[in-house]
Design a protein around this ligand. Sequence first.
Ligand SMILES: CC(=O)N[C@H](C=O)[C@@H](O)[C@H](O)[C@H](O)COP(=O)(O)O
Length: 228
Amino acid sequence: MSQDILGKIKGGLIVSCQALNDEPLHSSYIMSRMAYAAMLGGAVGIRANTVEDITEIKKLVDIPIIGIIKKNYDDSDVYITPTMEEVDALVDCGVDIIAMDSTARLRPKSQSLEEFFSNVRKKYPNQLFMADCSNYDEGIQAAKLGFDIIGTTMSGYTPYTEGTKLPNYELMRSLVKDCGKPVIAEGGIWSPQELKMALETGVFAAVVGTAITRPMDITRRYVEAINN
Ligand SMILES: CC(=O)N[C@H](C=O)[C@@H](O)[C@H](O)[C@H](O)COP(=O)(O)O
């Protein structure tokens, strides 16, 4: 089963379809149509946020879904699937892969990733989990903890990686070489050429989000090109 899911996404493009409540396209209906368009365009998987969006997306697409729940807690900077509550909700709605922040930062209630993930794995031994990491050490650590997939998602988004040039090909390359798990490239891939370069590092698959599904940011890039 897990191997089937991995087989379906191998070597392909996963499209992230997300719009938070402060974004213009915030709507489960719109995200489901985005996902449908991505599937028709040839995406092998979808990455999506919230049970509501995932439920709508599942009505229209039959390719693997990487599910997350972004939630802010007062006592932690971790916001991608931070606690068991979000993991439970994602398992209940049925996603192929659950992704979660796997940085060195403490989760809510001062929980370490190690402590948290050992509980998660005990509770859900057969679920595929993806580790959203920001640097090499976190990727290696997540692989040791038993994550099934290692992602470069958080590179540039932790205080200690801020300013990193994206896409972070070097991180992709080094994790592919050393972590022993399938690596998913994610973060800052804007062009088809960059996607190709990411896959050439040896990663298992790659996620593109903003460049495909956030028209406000896409428009801004065009406008900046003529205003500078
Ligand atoms: C750092 C963080 O919270 N990243 C989020 C993770 O789910 C999304 O906002 C990104 O859109 C996604 O990772 C895809 O990356 P990009 O949009 O750069 O192609």
